[in-house]
Write a protein of this length. Structure first.
Length: 139
């Protein structure tokens, strides 16, 4: 069995945003040479997420609106976590809702997606560099 590991770095210039990282993951898969196996991709920061969904602007707007209703950023004093001097208590909750990682089957050297599926990096406390781990195992 072979394995491949790479870290991808992102710096979203705003507090929140979604980045389609499917092309970078396809490049990683090609570099790995793995034809059959699994690809794991996870955010290595507790205020960021990796998730699978459709690459459609209206849906991304809906995610943003939904997340802000469930865990609004302000007022920041609503979160006990922010008493530590942080202002990102909401970002931790948003990450929990959107998830830490995805695992995708690799078949015939390609990501074995369903219709419309793409992989996204979700940022909930941006404006600084954060990384995503890509681990691919298989033959």
């Amino acid at each position: 069995m072979k394995s491949y590991r790479k870290e991808l770095w992102f710096q979203v210039p705003t507090r929140r945003g979604f980045v389609n990282i499917t092309p970078q993951l396809q490049e990683c898969l090609a570099a790995s040479g793995i034809q059959e196996g699994l690809l794991l991709c996870n955010a290595m920061h507790i205020t960021a997420s990796v998730f699978i969904n459709d690459d459609e602007g209206g849906l991304h707007h809906d995610f943003e609106k939904w997340l802000e209703q469930l865990a609004p950023h302000e007022p920041i004093n609503r979160y006990l976590h922010n008493r530590t001097g942080e202002d990102n208590g909401d970002a931790h909750l948003k990450r929990t809702l959107m998830g830490r990682e995805v695992v995708v089957a690799v078949t015939g050297g390609k990501l074995d997606f369903g219709p419309w599926e793409q992989i996204f990096y979700g940022e909930f406390d941006g404006r600084r560099r954060k990384r995503v781990l890509v681990k691919i195992i298989g033959e």
